[in-house]
Design a protein around this ligand. Structure first.
Ligand code: ADP
Length: 379
């Protein structure tokens, strides 16, 4: 008994069952598939092929069973001088004669309403010369995603380089302002001193914005390095790195020791905790500051949170705080800032496949929840 005969798919009366089974498999596929004989005549097509021919070929009979596929390619070459049809013709021919083991071709296939990219795969059917299986697959979505990713990468690289370039002259402006302030004497007009101080303050703010842009672009340029990491350790390390404030007796930070071990980029997730805890410390109310780092045990997938009893965020501002350079407070209030921290946090979380949200009431604290993978789809 051969391995094929032993398969449950071929048990009983093999030939009709196998044909029906292969038919169902072919029809279940999204790719448009045609089987050609040794002359290139179409001897079998799947439902996707038929649907595509009906929707796109005008006359579906032009490429249905019994038609020679090389004739279809030839007419495309003559009618439209289509270079891709010529390539397809030659590629299919080479696989049919056994000259090549397989053939792939990516080609544009625009409809009147959309621009599309298809990929043609050709593989032999049985022995060389017996025939081939031709499949056309619409890969427009994957192509668009790749193009989008390339554009985002290019934008990140540009942002990083441009920010880097801006820093140098800005440092010069800050240094000159500092020198000029140092050179002021009692006789200098107060308005001059104030102007120089404003230049210095604005330059420092611009420097913080550029720093935020560079950090944002850097995250996009880096591929996460995924490892197993104890979330409790990452949170503890983040607190340690903020130790000046964390050792303040008016600050209590508790970290759930049962926080799980997960697969993530530890450096990036450490940065997430550092940002969220730094904000919890920064946007506090007078009196005791309480921060809890924990996770939702009940959730079907780990969702971590950083909660505080600080100033809270109005419901109408909660979506905007994740936008770049979006601050809810003017100037140096609450220690100032560039308004880039939460945008960076969101980018890191989304890079991991997760999402972030905030629950907050003005004056009653905030809780930032984030996951590192998408929630399971509803059953
Ligand atoms: P930055 O702190 O530099 O302003 P972020 O992007 O970290 O930038 O935060 C954006 C804004 O969100 C902050 O300006 C602040 O208004 C608000 N925010 C962030 N975290 C908290 C928090 N824990 N409590 C209250 N407001 C917060």
């Amino acid at each position: 008994m051969t391995e094929r005969d032993a398969s449950p798919l071929h048990a009983g009366d093999p030939a009709p069952h196998r044909a029906a089974f292969l038919h169902s498999v072919l029809n279940a596929l999204h790719a448009h598939i045609a089987v050609l004989d040794h002359r290139g005549t179409i001897i079998e097509v799947n439902d996707a092929w038929r649907r595509f021919a009906t929707a796109n070929a005008g006359d579906p009979g032009r490429c249905s069973v019994g038609v020679n596929y090389f004739d279809v390619c030839r007419s495309a070459i003559t009618v439209g001088c289509d270079a891709f049809a010529l390539d397809a013709y030659a590629g299919i021919h080479r696989v049919l004669t056994g000259e090549d083991e397989e053939f792939h071709l990516e080609y544009p296939c625009d409809s009147p309403t959309e621009s599309r990219t298809f990929v043609l795969h050709v593989v032999p059917r049985g022995e060389p010369g017996e025939g081939v299986v031709v499949s056309h697959e619409n890969i427009s979505d994957q192509t668009k995603i790749k193009e989008l990713e390339r554009s985002v990468d290019a934008l990140d690289a540009f942002t990083y380089t441009a920010s880097h370039g801006l820093r140098q002259p800005l440092r010069g402006i800050r240094n000159h302002a500092e020198f000029a302030i140092g050179s002021c004497s009692a006789a200098t007009e107060p308005v001059v001193v104030q102007s120089l101080q404003s230049i210095q303050r604005l330059a420092a703010h611009l420097d913080a914005l550029i720093d935020g842009l560079m950090r944002f672009a850097r995250i996009g340029k880096m591929a996460p390095v995924i490892r197993r990491a104890r979330i409790a350790d990452l949170a503890a390390f983040a607190v340690e790195s903020l130790h000046d404030t964390a050792h303040d007796p008016t600050v209590e930070i508790s970290i759930d020791p049962d926080l799980p071990v997960v697969l993530c980029d530890p450096a990036l997730i450490g940065e997430v905790f550092q940002n969220l805890i730094a904000n919890a410390l920064k946007y506090r109310t007078p009196g005791q500051c309480r921060i809890i780092v924990g996770w939702n045990h009940d959730a079907h997938w780990p969702e971590f949170f950083v909660t505080d009893n600080g100033i809270g965020i109005r419901a109408s501002d909660q979506a905007a705080i994740f936008d770049l350079f979006r601050r809810l407070h003017p100037g140096d209030r609450y220690g100032g800032g560039a308004g880039a921290g939460l945008t960076i946090v969101k980018r890191i979380v989304e890079q991991h496949g997760g999402s972030i949200r905030v629950e907050s009431d003005e004056g009653a604290g905030s809780t930032f929840f984030f996951s590192l993978s998408p929630p399971p789809t509803a059953a």
